[in-house]
Design a protein around this ligand. Structure first.
Ligand code: HEC
Ligand code: HEC
Length: 355
């Protein structure tokens, strides 16, 4: 429920944070046919970093999902085939501009977990528009996408066969797939399973926010606690709710068009997923097109919305100042430690992370 007037913030209609926000379960879910085993995870890590998986051998998953940028890339929109370097370094070079802002891979093991409960890992929603379900299925998207990894040299229906052929020609990969999957061998299914299993390990340790909710009253500073209450009072947790600070629903917000981009209609009706706010201080720029550069700008974005904007159905109370506290709260959501390993080599001998 929302307070109707700014003056009433703090009134009894404002939900307590514990009704809308919660911490994560301790166990990371995995599908029955792809349990998270060490041999599979290590294979997945190698594949995630290996540009061998792109048509021109120049782009890896890690090119756009790099630990230095919270496993996104620090760019407004990602740079794919033909790009140079990893993360933000790709901005000024050549390379195909992908139409959207890279989503972080951190915490994707919990995609779909909301105040209403969890979904099976097989049904976990993926991408800004939820067009794919499960981490396993998601892997095939960038591999087949001409701008992200495939490039012009192979057709969409040829590339996976080509990748299986390449991997089968590298004895180290043959051994790793054997160790991970036994006689099942190298296939698009085992390739996808290995990368998905690695992604499920990219779950940061509990944040200050999680420790506070678990009962450690000193885990958040007074400013962070005020920020959390402001966040709830301002209606943010109507959508950024539950353990992931996302309802995993699609909404249409009046986000400004990105620079020199064709209009993006998201799910077809202009809607995009409420993104998680976990690790949000690491993943600028923001929104599906990267049009919001900083967290201060994101707070201004909501501040400047008409409360009566029909697109929001009056959902958002404009923040009443308190921006410093909100920013402090975002810090409390983003201070978990996570695996920042950058492998020194990958089995193909190519440069880890790509060109
Ligand atoms: C050229 C940059 C680029 C490359 C290479 C790339 N991605 Fe992404 N990734 C993105 C962008 C951009 C999005 C958001 C796209 C969208 O929603 O339409 C995304 C979305 C995702 C998501 C969805 C996260 C969520 O919360 O829904 C996952 C998981 C992911 N990528 C994993 C991978 C894996 C695994 C690979 C390698 C096989 C890969 N990506 C390669 C840019 C890239
Ligand atoms: C009606 C649901 C809704 C409400 C209420 C809402 N948000 Fe959002 N939020 C979204 C959606 C949807 C997006 C992504 C929009 C897009 O890219 O088109 C988003 C994006 C964001 C982002 C960018 C995150 C990223 O990784 O790109 C931040 C930060 C944010 N919201 C903070 C807030 C704050 C602070 C409030 C309260 C003042 C708030 N939101 C209220 C739905 C909502």
């Amino acid at each position: 429920m929302l307070c109707l007037s700014a003056l009433l913030v703090g009134c009894t209609l404002t939900p307590a944070p514990s009704e809308t926000l919660s911490s994560l379960p301790l166990v990371v879910p995995a599908p029955a046919d792809n349990p998270t085993r060490p041999e599979v995870v290590e294979l997945g890590r190698a594949l995630f970093w290996d540009p061998l998986l792109s048509g021109n051998r120049d782009v890896a998953c890690a090119s756009c999902h790099h630990p230095d940028f919270g496993y996104s890339d620090g760019l407004a929109v990602s740079v794919g085939v033909g790009g140079r370097g990893v993360g933000r370094a790709r901005a000024d070079g050549p390379g195909a501009r992908v139409g959207r802002n890279s989503l972080s891979v951190l915490f994707t093991a919990f995609n779909g977990l909301t105040t209403e409960g969890s979904v099976l890992p097989e049904d976990a929603p993926m991408f800004w528009d939820h067009r794919t379900a499960s981490l396993e299925a998601q892997v095939l998207g960038p591999l087949k996408n001409a701008l992200e990894m495939r490039g012009p040299a192979f057709a969409e229906d040829e590339i996976l066969e080509e990748l299986v052929r390449r991997l089968s020609g590298i004895p180290e990969y043959v051994d790793m797939f054997d160790a991970a999957f036994g006689p099942r061998g190298i296939s698009e299914t085992t390739l996808a399973r290995a990368i998905a299993a690695f992604e499920r390990t990219l779950v940061p340790t509990p944040t200050s926010f999680d420790r506070y909710l678990a009962g450690d009253d000193n885990a958040m500073t007074p400013s962070q606690i005020r920020g959390m209450h402001g966040f709830v009072a301002q209606g943010c947790s109507r959508c950024h709710s539950g353990p992931m600070l996302s309802d995993f629903k699609l909404h249409r917000l009046p986000v400004a068009p990105g620079a020199s981009q064709a209009p993006d209609l998201g799910d077809g009706a202009g809607q995009f997923r409420t993104p998680t706010l976990r690790m949000v201080t690491l993943t600028a720029p923001y929104m599906h097109n990267g049009s919001v550069k900083t967290l201060d700008e994101s707070i201004d974005f909501y501040h400047n919305l008409e409360v009566t904007d029909p697109l929001l159905e009056g959902d958002v109370e404009p923040p009443l100042g308190g921006g410093d506290d909100l920013r402090a709260f975002f810090e409390a959501l983003s201070d978990g430690a996570f695996d920042r390993t950058v492998p020194e080599r990958v089995p193909s001998g190519l440069r880890p992370g790509g060109g």
